[in-house]
Design a protein around this ligand. Structure first.
Ligand code: PMT
Length: 426
């Protein structure tokens, strides 16, 4: 969905940068328009770099189309937006909206947009409480504009009182509410594993894999934006977890196992998107191993965390795994679903370069015992939402697994893997 952020000229304009980031984290397509005064506080370049779109500051700016010197079509921009949010909204912009002035891009857009409008006022307390401002706000309210009330506190001018702009996350929540984005996961606690694990060979080397954590972090962000409390158990990753997301950092498969088992009881849903090592070296060299011809490593299997979590699940707890496959993806995924005893498996083809490991996009099949839902290539953030949609749908009691006897379930569990030998060639 598309959101136009209008920035007017107050000291809180810097917080509009955080608002843009918060809206983007909710997978919204964001553009920005600024009043002339706002450009004195924040450079338009900051917003254009963040959004990838030109920032509109004047009615007379030339269009981006080099073949035309016509000004940007403010009507088209007004039609583009599914919602206009103005933050900060100064006393001046509220007055101009209330009186229907159209003397710059933002005020013209306000009059021309059929989309819902939200304003987040920010100003000195005396200005906020002034009868003129209150009358303008009331006029706007009566015309359907939603107001994200300013907070009380220390203001930039040194006064203490109402007038401080609401926090960007709060404004973002109001935007999501106005767009009808539901908080359908409110009350759920979702334990998500992400990224790969590392198994040390010696103090400088490890066995690892190509997982960046992007898929798991995208799921965490999507779940959080839909109201869930998220516990993210992450292997090493350079990504920043979503704000307010409780993150447990681990390195090895065993550390991930301990962290997941310690928190499993809190969760209503467990999603295992991490790429966990299947084997670890039997012995870890205390000193750096010296190079001296071919080397044989003895590996032992790690515990299968997904299978263990599925065995220990509390009634009603949903367990969703991932399967990283390179051939016969759906058949392999279904076999894994059976062996591990999960409610669903998200199978992705990690042999492809355009999706899977480390890419921003992914495509998958959401498999249950009775269904296979194709989720074509899209951003990992959007896929996170689609996977959550399917998980929410699983709450309807139709899974074949539910109807299986426990003896049947047990016979399908993964058998322990035999020890393996591997040759490490440096
Ligand atoms: O992190 P990105 O770069 O964004 O890449 C995302 C991804 C490709 C890693 C992700 O989409 C994915 O496929 N994750 C699962 C990777 C994996 O380990 O798949 P698997 O088929 O080997 O394992 C199947 C399931 O068992 C997984 O849920 C895995 O977490 C779990 N498992 C595996 C081994 C083990 N010892 N314990 C486990 O719990």
């Amino acid at each position: 969905m598309k959101v136009m952020v209008g920035v007017s000229g107050g000291i809180a304009a810097y917080k509009a940068v955080e608002l843009v980031r918060a809206l983007q984290r909710h997978a919204l397509d964001v553009r920005v328009t600024m009043t002339r005064a706002a450009t004195r506080f924040v450079q338009p370049l900051t917003f254009s770099a963040l959004t990838g779109h030109r920032v509109m500051t004047s009615l007379w700016e030339a269009s981006a189309d080099a073949s035309s010197d016509a000004p940007i079509d403010h009507i088209a921009e007004a039609q583009w937006a599914d919602l206009l949010v103005v933050a900060p909204a100064t006393a001046d912009i509220l007055a101009r909206f209330a009186h229907g002035l159209a003397d710059d891009f933002l005020t013209t857009m306000y009059l021309a947009t059929p989309a819902p409008v939200l304003v987040a006022p920010a100003m000195n307390s005396v200005m906020w409480e002034h009868a003129a401002t209150q009358a303008n706000v009331e006029t706007l309210r009566q015309r359907g504009v939603r107001v994200v009330e300013p907070d009380a506190g220390q203001l930039a001018c040194g006064m203490v009182g109402p007038g401080r702009m609401a926090e960007p996350e709060q404004i973002a929540s109001a935007v999501l509410g106005a767009l009808g984005r539901s908080h359908d996961l409110a009350g759920e606690v979702i334990l998500i594993t992400a990224a790969g694990t590392r198994e040390a060979l010696d103090p400088v080397r490890f066995l690892g894999n190509r997982s960046s954590g992007k898929m798991g972090y995208a799921l965490a962000e999507a779940a959080q934006s839909r109201g869930a409390r998220v516990i993210l158990v992450s292997g090493p990753s350079s990504l920043h977890p979503p704000i307010h997301c409780e993150t447990v950092r681990v390195t090895t498969a065993e550390e991930m196992r301990q962290a997941v088992l310690a928190r499993q009881a809190e969760a209503t849903i467990v999603i295992k998107s991490a790429a966990v090592a299947d084997y670890r070296p039997v012995a870890v060299a205390a000193q750096k191993m010296r190079r001296s011809g071919p080397l044989t490593l003895e590996l032992q299997p790690t515990e299968d965390i997904l299978a263990e979590v599925a065995r220990r699940r509390a009634p009603g707890q949903l367990i969703v795994g991932f399967a990283a496959e390179t051939e016969d993806t759906v058949q392999q995924g279904r076999a894994k679903l059976l062996r591990k005893g999960a409610d669903a498996i998200v199978v992705n083809d990690v042999g492809r370069e355009d999706i899977g490991f480390d890419s921003d996009d992914n495509a998958a099949t959401f498999l249950t015992m009775s269904t296979a839902i194709d989720l074509p290539r899209m951003s990992k953030r959007k896929l996170g939402d689609r996977i959550l949609d399917e998980i929410v749908a699983l709450r309807r009691p139709q899974s074949l697994l539910v109807e299986m006897s426990s003896a049947e379930m047990e016979s399908l569990r993964e058998q322990p893997a035999p020890p393996r030998k591997a040759i490490l060639i440096e």
